[in-house]
Design a protein around this ligand. Structure first.
Ligand code: NAD
Length: 486
């Protein structure tokens, strides 16, 4: 690592770093060593006020610019981000513990994609003309105003950009609060936007935990809240936003099903299950953690899965590009995941692979596979957010669809089959927002992303996100006399 991960100060407000040592200390730990790599402070009321006030000011300046000008700033930010990919990826790896092999291709690059995509859309956000005989009406697409973004710890750069890019493209300003576990990289996003020409205050970053998030959500000047986090947090934030009828986007948790039929290509299905359970050590909201395998393919599937895990897993130093499994984000998350693994064993699931923590001081959990899992087991019902795959058997399509849907979550779903009609039929019946056929966990910016049921409200990415960061004003224009009854 060529530079010190300790930022100049904790918060980024009004185009620069600010500090207030009156805020509670926030220690940033490298999950591979457990050592402290940075020391920050949570935002005080003063910092929160400065962030909100400067964002409101910047929003007026920004909204008065043309879409083309706004888009140019975002596209410039995308270029800067791509140019700094290695440095940003190393920082993301230090902050999250995710292997550099992943962060080099999935974090700043994905953030840059969002900035580029929404930068391109910014100039196209127009209303429509509605002819009504001699009268007519038109609509204007207007920004919401001041938006708050609140992030989870698994994809800090990506989450900041997936929220900021559409918000800013539509003419809004944003105050962003990263997860207290991973506060570093959002500051870099703010630096880059400033360098790209964003007015000071347009994208502010304040640090802290749930209390800082709650203070932002409660502020009357905030028009919209976009949260990426767990369902319990989503419930609280949604309720707080409802107090003042604020707009919300909720990107929450999941327990997504992956259906593998007898006729599937077994190597592809195993590959999909690996990507959908072990990428980022399983800390991915859309993961297909309930893998339903049709009985005829089950033993072959489990054998190939074990062989590929045995041969392919490289767990270790996440800054070594050969490593493909890094530690979890924190000791607490490791302990929580290990608790679920013990629970799975207690409930009678068959441990096929992994099941252990370690090595070293890092917060590692080995990629773990349980077979013979039944629908009632806790490991088949609750989101674990770690590298734990539950393999369940099924006989018929009807049964698989019904069991896959029997969950309060509805983020993602996947199906592996060579039968094209079945693939579309099954996907059509699954209750999920982001689905995959013969693949898993692809999330390009051009495609809407988000959940149904308890997994969320609204969509990120694609043109769909524009609907969630703008509102329509309708204007009726009478061309003749007004005929009043009296
Ligand atoms: P979390 O719910 O604990 O925290 C998320 C964020 O909310 C943090 O920044 C936290 O400080 C903040 N927060 C907590 N209480 C708050 C309150 N009362 N008001 C305002 N903000 C508050 O989630 P986590 O542990 O950081 O992340 C893991 C969860 O996020 C998992 O459930 C995962 O599925 C979900 N997630 C979802 C997506 C998605 O796009 N759907 C993506 C990544 C992660």
């Amino acid at each position: 690592m060529s530079y010190d991960p300790q930022p100049e100060a904790s918060h980024y407000v009004a185009g620069g770093y600010i500090e207030d040592t009156g805020g509670a200390p926030l220690e940033v730990v490298y999950p591979f060593t457990g050592a402290r790599i940075a020391r920050l402070h949570c935002a005080t009321d003063r910092v929160i006020e400065l962030a909100l006030a400067s964002a409101l000011e910047a929003q007026e300046v920004w909204a008065a610019m043309s879409g083309t000008e706004r888009g140019r700033v975002l596209r410039r930010a995308a270029d800067i981000m791509r140019g700094r990919n290695r440095e940003l990826s190393e920082l993301e790896t230090r902050d999250t513990g995710k292997p550099l092999q992943e962060t080099l291709v999935a974090d700043a690059t994905s953030g840059a994609d969002a900035l580029e995509y929404f930068g391109g859309l910014a100039a196209t956000l127009t209303g429509e003309h509605i002819p009504l005989g001699t009268d007519w009406a038109y609509t204007m697409r207007e920004p919401l105003g001041l938006c708050v973004g609140i992030g989870a710890w698994n994809y800090p750069t990506q989450i900041a950009c997936w929220k900021a890019a559409p918000a800013l493209a539509c003419g809004n300003a944003m105050v962003f609060k990263p997860s207290e576990e991973t506060p570093l990289s959002a500051l870099k996003v703010a630096e880059i936007l400033t360098e790209a020409g964003a007015p000071p205050g347009l994208f502010n970053v304040v640090q802290g935990g749930g209390d800082v998030g709650a203070a932002l959500v409660a502020d009357a000047r905030v028009a919209k809240v976009s949260l990426t986090g767990s369902v319990p947090t989503g419930r609280r934030v949604y309720a707080a936003a409802a107090e003042r009828i604020k707009h919300v986007t909720m990107e929450l948790g999941g327990k997504s099903p992956l259906l593998v039929f007898d006729d599937a290509d077994v190597e592809d299905a195993v590959g999909g299950a690996i990507l959908g359970n072990f990428y980022s050590s399983g800390q991915v909201c859309s993961n297909g953690t309930r893998v339903f395998v049709q009985r005829g393919l089950r033993e072959r599937f489990l054998r190939r899965l074990s062989e590929r895990l045995e041969a392919g897993v490289v767990m270790g130093d996440p800054l070594d590009e050969a490593t493909n499994i890094g530690p979890l984000v924190s000791a607490a998350q490791r302990d929580k995941v290990m608790g679920y693994i013990r629970q799975g064993a207690r409930e009678g699931a068959r441990l096929i692979h992994g099941g252990t923590a370690g090595p070293g001081p890092g917060f590692f959990v080995a990629p773990t596979v349980f077979a013979d899992v039944t629908d009632d087991m806790v490991i088949a019902r609750e989101e674990i957010f770690g590298p734990v795959m539950a393999v369940l058997d099924f006989d018929t399509e009807e049964e698989a669809v019904a069991r896959a849907n029997a969950t309060p979550f509805g983020l993602s779903a996947g199906v592996f089959t060579r039968d094209i009609a079945r693939a579309h039929r099954v996907i059509g019946r699954l209750h999920a927002g982001s689905c995959f056929i013969n693949s898993y966990n692809d999330a390009p910016v051009e495609v809407p992303f988000g959940g149904v049921k308890a997994s969320g409200v609204g969509r990120e990415n694609a043109k769909a996100a524009i609907e969630h960061y703008s509102q329509l004003k309708s204007v009726y224009v009478r061309m003749g006399a007004v005929e009043a009854p009296f």
